[in-house]
Design a protein around this ligand. Structure first.
Ligand SMILES: Cc1ncc(COP(=O)(O)OP(=O)(O)O)c(N)n1
Ligand code: TZP
Ligand code: MG
Length: 555
């Protein structure tokens, strides 16, 4: 089924013990798009919780069982780098040592079954492993050894990348293993992640040439027992996007990312699977893990599109592109319901009422604002940055995302949760490449065309208006409730309405009752006021009451 707006299930994998929590990031509503990934259906996600539970000192841990790639673009080396990039510990069980470079595979040395069994035992008997990810499994015996080990040492999730052929065309697991994959391994997998060639081989050579074929393949593979299937369409002919199909047994999701023009794509499959494993180990739901993984790969490819490693026709990419950037551990992940009451600051108004920007933000949060944007048009850069840092501290303390208007540099400098930009600001795909996969990006859109472009470019939400006339933004065309509705109906992203919205007309906005209209963004009705807390609280009450009457589609 497509375009499911809410469904909840608590499917817990058969062979594992789950501990942990349901985090904010697991709550999603409506149709969403992430980065350049376009997610067509977005049910309430099931929480596949794989955190460590008791001790704060435990680090999420992925064990990868795969082949070594001497060129370090794929295999064990890609898995190690991916986990490092995603902040997850990675232990390794090496199944084969391959001699490879950017030209191809020159040699494959399969390790003994005893060695593989010993590696598994060493790690699993001593360390707490959250997730096992498999790559190159060159023999049926090795699959059986893994399954025996998992029986003895259960883990919380199993990610299976059914590696069969290297990108250069070298066979890494023969067809004799297909039955073992299908009958023994897949039924225990939480997700299998074949590319088109692998999916085709697993389905007896079925031709897979279209997105529709990929959906059928995902369904057929799901029938073999894994809880989720991701069919990767990177090699789909003549597509402007890299389209993957995710199927959780109930809903299909079409995930898109832009097709980066580069030869440096060696190892994308291993990276995708190990990133999914890493996100699961951190506690993400399966859908979130897949989304972040796809965005991570896309961003890494974008960063690495021009690097030169080797002389062959397919190079590796840089997994650790973010290494020299400050990493925030408290990043607010985007949840469309955060758009419910969006407070947008204005330095002029705060000055007029004699309050600091930090007091304004504190007041809005106390009154119930669910997201804050600093829109400081007159501020000098240094002053803006200091204010942003102070506001970020306040917002983080309350788990409220803080976005910066227009100024990507300020957002990066203070590690804000994201940015909001207009049609003439920095392009969204450039911002995504600069900020990485987790940051929140909002774009102002007045038309369905703007909305679709925002989706294709990798925004997380759109702001649409001015709905009503406003003095806050000069020369801004009013689109009215009709214009807002048109944009909402066309948008594949969640929408927040903006422009002249106040206590007397917010009800009419929310009463539009369009599923992806998630809330209102307000400047003067909150900040051109004597008491920010009171006005925010009143608006919050009004919105809550209206949404309760309009129905569940709004929440
Ligand atoms: C939530 C939200 N929506 C729209 C806007 C307007 O942004 P933009 O078009 O860039 O105009 P300025 O705010 O920069 O004047 C917004 N800020 N927030
Ligand atoms: C920034 C912006 N973008 C479209 S309208 C607008 C101004 C919103 O301010 P107010 O809520 O005071 O009308
Ligand atoms: Mg702007």
């Amino acid at each position: 089924m497509d375009l499911i707006l809410s469904s909840t299930s608590s499917s817990i994998s058969h062979h594992k013990i789950f501990t942990g929590f349901s985090s904010k990031q697991d709550s999603r509503h409506g149709v969403e798009q992430f980065g350049s990934l376009n997610l067509k259906a977005m049910p309430e996600e099931k929480a596949l919780v794989v955190t460590n539970g008791s001790s704060n000192n435990k680090i999420p841990h992925v064990l990868t069982m795969a082949g070594s790639d001497s060129g370090a673009g794929a295999g064990i080396q890609a898995d190690l780098k991916t986990c490092a990039a995603r902040g997850v510990y990675c232990s390794t069980v090496i199944t084969a040592v391959t001699a490879q470079n950017t030209v191809g595979v020159q040699d494959v040395n399969i390790l003994s079954e005893e060695s593989v069994a010993a590696q598994l035992k060493s790690v699993l008997s001593d360390m707490h492993v959250d997730v096992v990810k498999t790559g190159m499994l060159p023999s049926t015996a090795m699959v059986k050894i893994l399954l025996d080990s998992l029986k003895q040492f259960p883990v919380q999730a199993l990610v299976v990348d059914p590696v069969m052929v290297s990108t250069s065309g070298h066979v890494l697991a023969g067809s004799s293993i297909l039955d073992t994959f299908r009958q023994d391994l897949f039924p225990l997998a939480d997700i299998v992640t074949p590319n088109l060639k692998e999916a085709s081989a697993l389905l007896g050579g079925l031709q897979l040439e279209t997105v529709t074929d990929m959906r059928s393949a995902a369904k057929s593979l799901h029938d073999m027992g894994p809880r989720n299937v991701l069919v990767k369409g990177g090699h789909l002919p003549s597509s402007t996007y890299a389209i993957d199909i995710f199927f959780d047994g109930k809903d299909f999701y079409e995930l898109r990312s832009s097709r980066i023009q580069t030869i440096n794509t060696h190892g994308t499959g291993c990276t995708m699977a190990s990133c999914i494993a890493a996100e699961l180990a951190k506690g993400s739901s399966m859908l979130s893990a897949v989304k972040v993984a796809k965005r991570y790969v896309e961003t890494a490819l974008e960063y690495s599109k021009s690097i030169i490693v080797g002389n062959g026709s397919q190079g590796p990419f840089d997994h650790l592109f973010k290494l020299n950037r400050k990493k925030s551990s408290t990043q607010q992940l985007f949840d469309p319901s955060d758009l419910f009451l969006y407070a947008v600051t204005d330095s002029g108004m705060n000055k007029k009422w004699g309050r600091s920007i930090t007091d304004a933000v504190k007041g809005a949060i106390e009154g119930g604002a669910t997201i804050v944007q600093l829109r400081e048009k007159e501020a000098e850069t240094g002053e803006f940055l200091e204010a942003a840092k102070a506001c970020l501290e306040i917002c983080r303390a309350h788990n409220i995302p803080l976005l910066i208007n227009d100024r990507v540099d300020i957002a990066m400098a203070c590690d804000a949760d994201g940015v909001h930009v207009g049609q003439s600001d920095m392009p969204v795909n450039t911002i995504r490449a600069l900020l990485g996969p987790e940051k929140i990006i909002g774009v102002s859109c007045k038309t369905p065309e703007h909305a679709l472009k925002a989706w294709a470019d990798g925004a997380d939400y759109i702001g649409s208006g001015g709905v009503f006339p406003t003095n806050t933004k000069a020369n801004n065309r009013t689109i009215g409730l009709d214009g807002l509705e048109t944009v909402c109906l066309a948008s594949k992203l969640p929408v927040v309405a903006i422009g002249g919205i106040n206590l007397s007309n917010a009800k009419s906005v929310m009463e539009l009752g369009v599923a992806n209209l998630k809330g209102v963004a307000v400047v003067s009705a909150l900040f051109d006021q004597e008491c920010v807390v009171t006005k925010t609280r009143k608006l919050h009450e009004l919105l809550t009451e209206t949404v309760a009457n309009v129905g569940p589609a709004m929440v």
